[in-house]
Design a protein around this ligand. Structure first.
Ligand code: PEP
Ligand code: MG
Length: 325
């Protein structure tokens, strides 16, 4: 079986009826980019930059962040790398920010992710400068976490232009056009306004982990309610469908990068909904590729439609488990 999965690495992620799917890796640490290549990933769909801020007292500067991103781009050999700006707050702590995060009564709903980056512009500007400089070494895409409004996208884009201008003044090379700027769709309000967000975003990355948590109001870390956390809840699936359709209508790329993307059980559902890009941990990639190669798109689309008509999560799970391809 291990050998079979290894040979899969060099085969394309293509359905039986020749629909090409792009499978990318989620990365939390720079050294994981070697595993991504070994697993056959066609790029990094989600580079979480929190590692740069962990286990230290000071903040990482532009040069350090540039070098880290550059190293990953070089390992990925010309494949795109989607770099996400800092996503701390809530359950995600960054030591180097210490008490700057402050105390939130309800951290999941507090000052975090893009909200923090826009409030503390030096954090955002440093990261954007590092990403723009790194873009010389390979295709970079810039992703913003926890976006909840079009204003946040506009503000971040303005910041990106300002940082680019400043870099040019410093004599740095800046890509023209600037890298694509995308929104994570992981807050229910973002999914519900995906048509508006698509107008101000260059791409979407759907984060099913937070989307499930916020839609169902379930913290997986809270033992007494964890059993209620179910990404197959029809509310979650409808939000995913709405966001995918908004992206397709607007003609912008859309990927799924939450835990669901790495579970081969869900692959026919995503393909059937129109998703062509999935990003997951490298360890999950071969099995998802194997699943893609067993599927027929038409059958997957029919099954996805049948699933979207259901309200019972047990029935939805059964429709996925019974689906041969
Ligand atoms: C998500 O929320 O689904 C996601 C991909 O982001 P993270 O897991 O880093 O919160
Ligand atoms: Mg998230």
């Amino acid at each position: 079986e291990a050998r079979q999965l290894a040979t899969l690495r060099d085969l394309p992620a293509v359905t039986r009826d020749q629909h090409r799917i792009t499978l990318q890796a989620n990365i939390e640490l720079p050294r994981e980019s070697d595993q991504a290549i070994a697993a056959g990933a066609e790029g990094v769909g989600l580079l979480r930059t929190e590692f740069l801020y962990m286990n230290r007292e000071d903040l990482p500067g532009e040069e350090e962040q540039y070098q880290a991103i550059r190293q990953i781009l070089e390992t990925m050999k010309g494949h795109p790398v989607t770099v996400r700006t800092l996503d701390v707050g809530g359950e995600k702590l960054a030591w180097s920010l210490g008490n700057q995060l402050g105390e939130s009564v309800n951290p999941a709903l507090g000052l975090r992710a893009i909200r923090l980056s826009l409030k503390q512009r030096d954090l955002l500007d440093t990261q954007l400068a590092a990403m723009l400089r790194a873009a010389r070494h390979g295709p970079v895409r810039i992703l913003l976490p926890m976006v909840s409004s079009t204003n946040e996208m506009r503000e971040a884009r303005k910041a990106l232009h300002e940082v680019a201008r400043e870099l040019v003044r410093r004599g740095e090379q800046v890509p023209d056009p600037l890298p694509p700027l995308g929104a994570m769709i992981e807050v229910p309000g973002a999914a519900l306004s995906a048509d508006a967000l698509a107008g101000v975003s260059d791409f979407f990355a759907i984060g099913t982990n937070d989307l499930t948590m916020y839609t169902l109001a379930i913290d997986r870390g809270e033992e007494r309610v964890a059993h209620l956390y179910n990404p197959l809840h029809p509310a979650v699936l409808r939000l995913i469908q709405f966001a995918v359709e908004a992206a397709l209508r607007a003609g912008i790329p859309v990927s799924v990068c939450g835990e669901m993307a790495g579970d081969p059980r869900y692959t026919p559902l995503f393909l059937g909904l129109g998703v062509r890009d999935l990003s997951m941990s490298s360890a999950s990639l071969p099995r998802v590729k194997q699943r893609v190669r067993q599927l027929e798109m038409r059958a997957a689309s029919h099954r996805a439609m049948a699933i979207m008509d259901q309200h019972d999560t047990g029935r939805i799970a059964a429709l996925l488990d019974d689906f041969a391809g």
